[in-house]
Ligand binder design. Structure first.
Ligand SMILES: Cc1cc2nc3c(=O)[nH]c(=O)nc-3n(C[C@H](O)[C@H](O)[C@H](O)COP(=O)(O)OP(=O)(O)OC[C@H]3O[C@@H](n4cnc5c(N)ncnc54)[C@H](O)[C@@H]3O)c2cc1C
Length: 298
């Protein structure tokens, strides 16, 4: 039996072929993915990982696909989609949560329980796994602020608990976990006032709605914040607001975002990224670093 048939025989309706990346990514672009698999248990992930690693099949671990740009040619390999890994347990001020749980749903639970420390990250549209991998954050708060530990499955098939204190992390980066599957995470929050936290959450959500082009598909900020500066400010100052390739456009509302105005191809977005980098470097000598993850061949 070939590898895809073997995987399909185990996962049945939770292994789909022929899905287009544009159907699952927040950019709404990208071509056909060979196979998307939706594991439901740790045991299934271990089994799947073993097959993929031993048989040398390319794979991509995919949360809510809100920080990725997938090639128009799609992906020759397996997307492991974490949607069905979504248990959450709260005990006092600690939350243990699976990778596929939606980040903003967890933040809403925290806020309602009066658990403080990550309320300003409200409305980030990814999953817990994606947030840990990216050390996602906003308004001076980031995932690792309240993270205690997380467990991963590594490519050797070992499940390990990683304490935050044993890992190097920083602004939108976490070192040493590149090929690992993040299974779940443990957070410990401060005690706060639920009404106060709800107010902050509402303010953050309305700020985001005002400042971000949420009416169009995007994957959030394209570039990381350069030292002592803002990518969106630099892009604006370089006169790139509204710059367009195909249907991909530098948002006039927030120059740090590239939006899909309708039928953008991933290659339009990719070429626009290269153009922005080139122009900003020419004018400021600052080399903007990509925050988004490129998947497949460009
Ligand atoms: C409108 C909009 C606003 C945004 N605002 C913000 C913001 O304010 N701050 C911010 O930081 N980001 C922001 N983002 C980007 C994005 O939402 C975050 O980076 C988010 O954490 C990505 O989570 P995800 O589940 O969508 O990950 P994906 O996009 O699916 O994947 C991102 C990376 O995480 C990895 N990954 C995902 N799950 C796992 C797992 N279980 N194990 C191992 N690796 C995994 C993937 O392999 C990939 O490398 C925004 C995006 C959009 C569309």
């Amino acid at each position: 039996m070939n590898s895809y048939e073997l995987i399909k025989s185990r996962f049945q309706k939770r292994a789909l072929s022929g899905v287009l990346a544009r159907e699952i990514t927040s950019y709404k672009t990208g071509g056909e993915i060979d196979l998307i698999v939706y594991p439901q248990t740790q045991e299934e992930i271990v089994w799947l990982f073993d097959i993929l690693v031993k048989r040398n099949i390319d794979y991509f671990i995919c949360g809510n696909a809100t920080n990725i740009l997938v090639s128009d040619d799609g992906f020759r390999g397996v997307f492991i989609k974490t949607d069905m890994l979504n248990k959450i347990n709260t005990k006092d001020n600690e939350i243990s949560v699976d990778c596929g749980f939606k980040w903003d749903n967890m933040i809403e639970i925290c806020v309602n329980k009066g658990l403080a420390g990550l309320e300003k990250t409200s409305y980030i549209p990814g999953t817990v796994g994606g947030a840990v991998k990216m050390n996602a954050g906003a308004f001076e708060q980031e995932t690792f602020d309240k993270l205690i530990s997380f467990s991963v499955l590594d490519i050797k098939g070992d499940i390990k608990k990683i304490e935050k204190s044993n890992i190097n992390y920083g602004y939108r980066k976490v070192e040493g976990i590149d090929e690992c599957f993040i299974l779940n995470a443990l957070f410990k929050f401060d005690y706060g006032d639920a009404n106060e936290l709800k107010k902050i959450r509402e303010e953050i959500i309305s700020k985001r709605k005002i400042k971000q082009p949420l009416d169009y598909p995007s994957a959030g900020s394209v570039f990381k914040r350069p030292k002592n500066n803002y990518a969106s400010k630099l892009i604006d100052e370089c006169g790139l607001k509204g710059l367009r390739i195909g249907d991909a456009e530098v948002s006039a509302k927030h120059c740090g975002f590239i939006i899909n105005k309708g039928n953008a191809k991933s290659s339009d977005i990719y070429n626009l990224i290269l153009k922005i980098k080139e122009e900003v470097y020419k004018k400021t000598s600052i080399d903007l670093e990509l925050e988004q993850i490129i998947v497949g061949k460009f």
